[in-house]
Design a protein around this ligand. Structure first.
Ligand code: ZN
Length: 315
Protein backbone atom coordinates (compact mmCIF):
# COMPACT_ATOMS: atom_id res chain seq x y z
CA UNK A 1 0.00 0.00 0.00
CA UNK A 2 2.68 2.44 1.06
CA UNK A 3 4.90 1.64 -1.87
CA UNK A 4 2.12 2.16 -4.36
CA UNK A 5 1.17 5.46 -2.80
CA UNK A 6 4.83 6.57 -3.04
CA UNK A 7 5.02 5.75 -6.69
CA UNK A 8 1.71 7.51 -7.26
CA UNK A 9 2.99 10.64 -5.52
CA UNK A 10 6.18 10.82 -7.54
CA UNK A 11 4.20 10.19 -10.67
CA UNK A 12 1.71 12.80 -9.63
CA UNK A 13 4.44 15.36 -9.14
CA UNK A 14 5.97 14.72 -12.51
CA UNK A 15 2.79 14.58 -14.52
CA UNK A 16 0.60 16.73 -12.26
CA UNK A 17 2.82 19.80 -12.36
CA UNK A 18 2.77 20.43 -16.06
CA UNK A 19 -0.91 19.40 -16.17
CA UNK A 20 -2.17 21.73 -13.42
CA UNK A 21 0.20 24.68 -13.28
CA UNK A 22 0.70 25.61 -16.92
CA UNK A 23 -2.89 26.53 -17.84
CA UNK A 24 -3.39 29.25 -15.23
CA UNK A 25 0.19 30.55 -15.20
CA UNK A 26 0.93 31.36 -18.84
CA UNK A 27 -1.97 33.78 -19.32
CA UNK A 28 -1.15 35.76 -16.16
CA UNK A 29 2.52 36.44 -16.88
CA UNK A 30 1.51 37.21 -20.43
CA UNK A 31 -0.90 39.91 -19.34
CA UNK A 32 1.63 41.15 -16.80
CA UNK A 33 4.16 41.54 -19.56
CA UNK A 34 1.56 43.08 -21.79
CA UNK A 35 0.96 45.72 -19.11
CA UNK A 36 4.65 46.40 -18.49
CA UNK A 37 5.37 47.67 -21.97
CA UNK A 38 3.04 50.56 -21.06
CA UNK A 39 5.96 51.98 -19.06
CA UNK A 40 7.72 53.12 -22.24
CA UNK A 41 4.38 54.81 -22.98
CA UNK A 42 5.20 57.20 -20.14
CA UNK A 43 8.48 57.93 -21.82
CA UNK A 44 6.67 58.82 -25.00
CA UNK A 45 4.56 61.29 -23.02
CA UNK A 46 7.78 62.90 -21.91
CA UNK A 47 8.73 63.19 -25.54
CA UNK A 48 5.74 65.52 -26.02
CA UNK A 49 7.51 67.99 -23.76
CA UNK A 50 10.48 68.63 -26.02
CA UNK A 51 13.57 67.32 -24.31
CA UNK A 52 17.03 68.69 -24.84
CA UNK A 53 15.66 72.13 -25.66
CA UNK A 54 16.79 75.29 -24.01
CA UNK A 55 14.92 78.44 -23.12
CA UNK A 56 16.58 81.81 -23.05
CA UNK A 57 15.82 83.70 -19.86
CA UNK A 58 14.42 87.10 -20.91
CA UNK A 59 15.99 88.77 -17.90
CA UNK A 60 19.55 87.46 -17.63
CA UNK A 61 19.84 85.91 -21.13
CA UNK A 62 21.08 82.62 -19.68
CA UNK A 63 20.12 79.54 -21.66
CA UNK A 64 18.21 77.38 -19.20
CA UNK A 65 17.68 73.68 -19.80
CA UNK A 66 13.92 73.07 -20.11
CA UNK A 67 13.95 70.06 -17.82
CA UNK A 68 15.75 72.03 -15.15
CA UNK A 69 13.25 74.85 -15.61
CA UNK A 70 10.34 72.44 -15.10
CA UNK A 71 11.92 70.98 -11.98
CA UNK A 72 12.48 74.49 -10.64
CA UNK A 73 8.76 75.42 -11.09
CA UNK A 74 9.67 77.58 -14.10
CA UNK A 75 11.99 79.86 -12.14
CA UNK A 76 15.40 80.79 -13.62
CA UNK A 77 18.08 79.39 -11.32
CA UNK A 78 20.47 82.22 -12.22
CA UNK A 79 18.39 85.36 -11.71
CA UNK A 80 15.14 84.00 -10.15
CA UNK A 81 13.06 85.30 -13.05
CA UNK A 82 9.57 83.77 -12.80
CA UNK A 83 8.47 82.36 -16.16
CA UNK A 84 4.73 81.83 -16.74
CA UNK A 85 3.48 78.52 -15.35
CA UNK A 86 0.30 76.59 -16.25
CA UNK A 87 -2.62 76.34 -13.84
CA UNK A 88 -2.34 72.56 -13.53
CA UNK A 89 1.40 72.70 -12.77
CA UNK A 90 0.72 75.31 -10.16
CA UNK A 91 -2.01 73.24 -8.49
CA UNK A 92 0.33 70.26 -8.54
CA UNK A 93 3.02 72.32 -6.79
CA UNK A 94 0.65 73.42 -4.02
CA UNK A 95 -1.76 70.65 -3.06
CA UNK A 96 -1.01 67.32 -1.41
CA UNK A 97 -0.89 64.45 -3.90
CA UNK A 98 -4.30 63.15 -5.01
CA UNK A 99 -6.29 65.51 -2.78
CA UNK A 100 -7.55 67.91 -5.45
CA UNK A 101 -11.17 67.41 -6.48
CA UNK A 102 -11.90 69.61 -9.46
CA UNK A 103 -15.25 71.40 -9.70
CA UNK A 104 -17.22 72.30 -12.86
CA UNK A 105 -14.43 70.96 -15.07
CA UNK A 106 -16.62 70.88 -18.19
CA UNK A 107 -18.16 74.35 -17.93
CA UNK A 108 -17.76 76.35 -21.16
CA UNK A 109 -18.90 79.72 -22.43
CA UNK A 110 -21.86 80.51 -24.65
CA UNK A 111 -21.63 83.13 -27.40
CA UNK A 112 -24.27 85.40 -25.84
CA UNK A 113 -23.45 88.45 -27.96
CA UNK A 114 -23.17 86.53 -31.24
CA UNK A 115 -19.76 88.08 -31.45
CA UNK A 116 -18.44 88.50 -34.97
CA UNK A 117 -14.92 89.62 -35.62
CA UNK A 118 -12.01 88.12 -37.54
CA UNK A 119 -13.10 84.78 -36.09
CA UNK A 120 -16.25 83.89 -34.18
CA UNK A 121 -15.99 83.75 -30.40
CA UNK A 122 -16.88 80.07 -30.30
CA UNK A 123 -14.19 79.08 -32.82
CA UNK A 124 -11.68 81.16 -30.87
CA UNK A 125 -12.68 79.35 -27.68
CA UNK A 126 -12.30 76.01 -29.44
CA UNK A 127 -8.78 76.92 -30.62
CA UNK A 128 -7.74 77.88 -27.12
CA UNK A 129 -9.31 74.76 -25.65
CA UNK A 130 -7.27 72.66 -28.07
CA UNK A 131 -3.98 74.50 -27.55
CA UNK A 132 -4.17 74.73 -23.75
CA UNK A 133 -6.12 71.60 -22.80
CA UNK A 134 -8.28 73.83 -20.60
CA UNK A 135 -12.00 74.59 -20.95
CA UNK A 136 -11.61 78.18 -19.77
CA UNK A 137 -9.14 80.45 -17.97
CA UNK A 138 -9.59 79.06 -14.45
CA UNK A 139 -9.44 75.70 -12.68
CA UNK A 140 -11.31 75.41 -9.39
CA UNK A 141 -11.66 72.70 -6.80
CA UNK A 142 -11.22 71.60 -3.21
CA UNK A 143 -7.78 70.37 -2.20
CA UNK A 144 -5.52 69.97 0.77
CA UNK A 145 -2.59 72.33 1.38
CA UNK A 146 -0.63 70.94 4.30
CA UNK A 147 -3.29 69.90 6.81
CA UNK A 148 -5.88 72.34 5.53
CA UNK A 149 -8.71 71.71 3.10
CA UNK A 150 -9.16 74.82 1.00
CA UNK A 151 -11.19 76.03 -1.94
CA UNK A 152 -8.54 76.65 -4.58
CA UNK A 153 -8.96 78.61 -7.81
CA UNK A 154 -6.04 78.99 -10.23
CA UNK A 155 -6.13 81.13 -13.36
CA UNK A 156 -4.14 80.44 -16.51
CA UNK A 157 -2.95 83.38 -18.63
CA UNK A 158 -2.43 81.22 -21.72
CA UNK A 159 -6.21 80.86 -22.14
CA UNK A 160 -7.32 84.07 -23.89
CA UNK A 161 -5.05 86.20 -21.71
CA UNK A 162 -6.64 84.87 -18.53
CA UNK A 163 -9.66 87.00 -19.34
CA UNK A 164 -12.67 86.83 -17.04
CA UNK A 165 -15.87 85.87 -18.81
CA UNK A 166 -19.00 84.27 -17.39
CA UNK A 167 -17.27 80.89 -16.90
CA UNK A 168 -14.38 82.29 -14.83
CA UNK A 169 -16.85 84.30 -12.73
CA UNK A 170 -19.31 81.45 -12.28
CA UNK A 171 -16.66 78.84 -11.44
CA UNK A 172 -15.04 81.11 -8.87
CA UNK A 173 -18.42 82.07 -7.37
CA UNK A 174 -19.40 78.41 -7.03
CA UNK A 175 -16.01 77.69 -5.44
CA UNK A 176 -16.41 80.52 -2.93
CA UNK A 177 -20.00 79.47 -2.14
CA UNK A 178 -18.92 75.85 -1.64
CA UNK A 179 -16.10 77.01 0.66
CA UNK A 180 -18.58 79.18 2.61
CA UNK A 181 -20.96 76.23 2.99
CA UNK A 182 -18.18 73.89 4.14
CA UNK A 183 -16.41 76.57 6.24
CA UNK A 184 -13.18 76.36 4.28
CA UNK A 185 -10.59 79.04 3.51
CA UNK A 186 -10.38 80.24 -0.10
CA UNK A 187 -7.13 80.64 -2.04
CA UNK A 188 -7.29 82.24 -5.50
CA UNK A 189 -4.25 82.66 -7.72
CA UNK A 190 -5.07 85.24 -10.35
CA UNK A 191 -3.39 86.32 -13.54
CA UNK A 192 -5.47 88.17 -16.07
CA UNK A 193 -5.67 90.91 -18.66
CA UNK A 194 -9.13 91.79 -17.34
CA UNK A 195 -12.75 91.20 -18.29
CA UNK A 196 -13.37 89.30 -21.54
CA UNK A 197 -14.67 91.67 -24.21
CA UNK A 198 -16.33 88.86 -26.19
CA UNK A 199 -18.98 88.61 -23.46
CA UNK A 200 -19.40 92.35 -22.89
CA UNK A 201 -21.53 93.22 -19.89
CA UNK A 202 -21.77 89.57 -18.83
CA UNK A 203 -18.03 89.69 -18.13
CA UNK A 204 -18.31 92.88 -16.11
CA UNK A 205 -21.13 91.41 -14.01
CA UNK A 206 -18.70 88.75 -12.80
CA UNK A 207 -16.85 91.42 -10.83
CA UNK A 208 -19.90 92.11 -8.68
CA UNK A 209 -20.88 88.45 -8.45
CA UNK A 210 -17.49 87.18 -7.23
CA UNK A 211 -17.15 90.11 -4.82
CA UNK A 212 -20.60 89.44 -3.35
CA UNK A 213 -19.79 85.75 -2.87
CA UNK A 214 -16.57 86.77 -1.08
CA UNK A 215 -18.56 89.13 1.17
CA UNK A 216 -20.74 86.20 2.33
CA UNK A 217 -17.56 84.13 2.83
CA UNK A 218 -16.05 86.94 4.94
CA UNK A 219 -19.28 87.25 6.96
CA UNK A 220 -18.64 83.73 8.22
CA UNK A 221 -15.16 84.90 9.27
CA UNK A 222 -13.41 82.56 6.87
CA UNK A 223 -10.01 83.55 5.48
CA UNK A 224 -9.41 84.40 1.83
CA UNK A 225 -5.85 84.50 0.47
CA UNK A 226 -5.40 86.22 -2.88
CA UNK A 227 -2.19 85.50 -4.76
CA UNK A 228 -1.28 87.87 -7.59
CA UNK A 229 0.78 86.55 -10.45
CA UNK A 230 2.30 88.34 -13.44
CA UNK A 231 0.39 89.96 -15.14
CA UNK A 232 -2.71 90.88 -13.13
CA UNK A 233 -4.82 93.71 -14.46
CA UNK A 234 -8.17 95.45 -14.91
CA UNK A 235 -11.47 93.76 -14.00
CA UNK A 236 -9.90 90.88 -12.10
CA UNK A 237 -7.61 93.17 -10.12
CA UNK A 238 -10.55 95.50 -9.48
CA UNK A 239 -12.66 92.68 -8.00
CA UNK A 240 -11.76 89.43 -6.25
CA UNK A 241 -7.96 89.69 -6.69
CA UNK A 242 -7.71 92.76 -4.46
CA UNK A 243 -10.21 91.58 -1.83
CA UNK A 244 -7.97 89.09 0.00
CA UNK A 245 -7.66 89.16 3.78
CA UNK A 246 -4.09 88.42 2.87
CA UNK A 247 -2.70 89.51 -0.50
CA UNK A 248 0.48 87.83 -1.67
CA UNK A 249 2.33 88.32 -4.95
CA UNK A 250 5.14 86.68 -6.87
CA UNK A 251 8.33 88.75 -7.29
CA UNK A 252 8.42 91.33 -10.10
CA UNK A 253 4.79 90.69 -11.10
CA UNK A 254 3.07 93.51 -13.00
CA UNK A 255 -0.12 94.44 -11.17
CA UNK A 256 -2.57 97.27 -11.76
CA UNK A 257 -5.86 98.46 -13.18
CA UNK A 258 -4.94 100.24 -16.41
CA UNK A 259 -1.53 99.58 -17.97
CA UNK A 260 1.39 102.00 -17.37
CA UNK A 261 1.34 103.33 -20.94
CA UNK A 262 -2.33 104.29 -20.68
CA UNK A 263 -1.73 106.03 -17.34
CA UNK A 264 1.29 107.86 -18.69
CA UNK A 265 -0.63 109.07 -21.74
CA UNK A 266 -3.65 110.12 -19.70
CA UNK A 267 -1.87 111.88 -16.87
CA UNK A 268 1.01 113.19 -19.02
CA UNK A 269 3.23 112.57 -15.99
CA UNK A 270 6.48 110.63 -15.61
CA UNK A 271 5.79 107.40 -13.76
CA UNK A 272 7.98 106.49 -10.77
CA UNK A 273 10.56 103.72 -11.29
CA UNK A 274 9.24 100.22 -10.71
CA UNK A 275 5.64 101.47 -11.12
CA UNK A 276 3.03 98.65 -10.90
CA UNK A 277 5.54 95.97 -9.90
CA UNK A 278 4.77 93.85 -6.84
CA UNK A 279 7.78 95.41 -5.04
CA UNK A 280 6.37 98.91 -5.65
CA UNK A 281 2.91 97.85 -4.46
CA UNK A 282 4.35 96.22 -1.34
CA UNK A 283 6.01 99.53 -0.45
CA UNK A 284 2.70 101.33 -1.00
CA UNK A 285 0.63 98.93 1.08
CA UNK A 286 -1.51 97.07 -1.47
CA UNK A 287 0.34 93.79 -1.03
CA UNK A 288 1.12 92.10 2.28
CA UNK A 289 4.07 90.01 1.18
CA UNK A 290 6.08 88.95 -1.86
CA UNK A 291 6.56 85.21 -1.95
CA UNK A 292 8.86 83.45 -4.45
CA UNK A 293 7.06 80.63 -6.26
CA UNK A 294 9.22 77.90 -4.75
CA UNK A 295 8.37 79.05 -1.21
CA UNK A 296 4.67 79.56 -1.90
CA UNK A 297 3.40 76.25 -0.55
CA UNK A 298 5.43 76.43 2.66
CA UNK A 299 4.29 79.99 3.29
CA UNK A 300 0.65 79.19 2.52
CA UNK A 301 0.72 76.33 5.03
CA UNK A 302 2.11 78.73 7.67
CA UNK A 303 -0.58 81.33 7.01
CA UNK A 304 -3.36 78.73 6.99
CA UNK A 305 -2.00 77.32 10.29
CA UNK A 306 -2.12 80.82 11.69
CA UNK A 307 -5.72 81.41 10.56
CA UNK A 308 -6.80 78.02 11.91
CA UNK A 309 -5.16 78.72 15.28
CA UNK A 310 -6.93 82.09 15.44
CA UNK A 311 -10.27 80.43 14.77
CA UNK A 312 -9.70 77.86 17.51
CA UNK A 313 -8.95 80.64 19.99
CA UNK A 314 -12.20 82.31 18.96
CA UNK A 315 -10.39 85.33 17.62
ZN1 ZN B 1 17.50 84.40 -15.63
Amino acid sequence: MTTTSFTKKTLGLETGEPAVTPPPTPPTPNTAFAKKPKLPGRKSRKRDIPEGLWTKCPKCATMVFDKELDENLKVCSQCQHHFPIGARERIHSLVETCTFEEMDAEMTSVDVLNFTGVASYLSKLEDYQKSTGLKDAVITGIGKIGEHRVGLGVMDFTFLGGSMGSVVGEKLTRLIEKATEKALPVVIISTSGGARMYEGMFSLMQMAKTSAALAYHAQRRLPYVSILVNPDYAGVMASYASLGDLILAEPKAMIGFAGPRVIKDTTQAELPPGFQTSEFLLDHGLIDSIVPRREMKERLVKYLDYFAAGKKNGA
